[in-house]
Design a protein. Sequence first.
Length: 186
Amino acid sequence: MDIDGLIELVNLHGKSIYGFCYKLTGNKEDADDLYQETFLKAVELRLKMDASRNPKAFLISIAIRLHKNHRRKLFWRQRIAPTIKLDEAVNKSSSLGSEAMPEDAVLSLELQTVIQDAAHRLDDKLKLPLYMYYTAEMTVEEIASALKIPSGTVKSRLHKARKTMRKALEVDSPWTQIGSDCSENL
């Protein structure tokens, strides 16, 4: 594949690849880095890439490998010299500013945070197909091709991921408590 073909791939699949990178990393800065690294690696591997064999799955698999390598390096660095992470809640509250948000927006943001936390707690075997299916909008067959697993395995992992998230949201969610509090007040 030549550079023009790669540029066409960026135009065709860039948004879904970026969305996948964002879901995988959880923040904009890391997503930007992973997205850029993915396409830099694609430039290196462009001669091995076959446009007729699902290039979107190839790009997603590059992003997955780069993300896993980064996490592995980070894990080893943490074992050697642990660092303290800043509390995400402090960062989020400071980014909201002094403006008062409407109640619906606050509840929506809270629900989104609860769902994202439940998804991030999933094992990679469940999380990756879930993100690929919902964020990158890949089919089961494309996911199977990218992860080099049978499509039946992808379907079972998606099912298990949904079931695990549903259970986690029922147990951990403040929404079940809010719902019962509201019904008591009526």
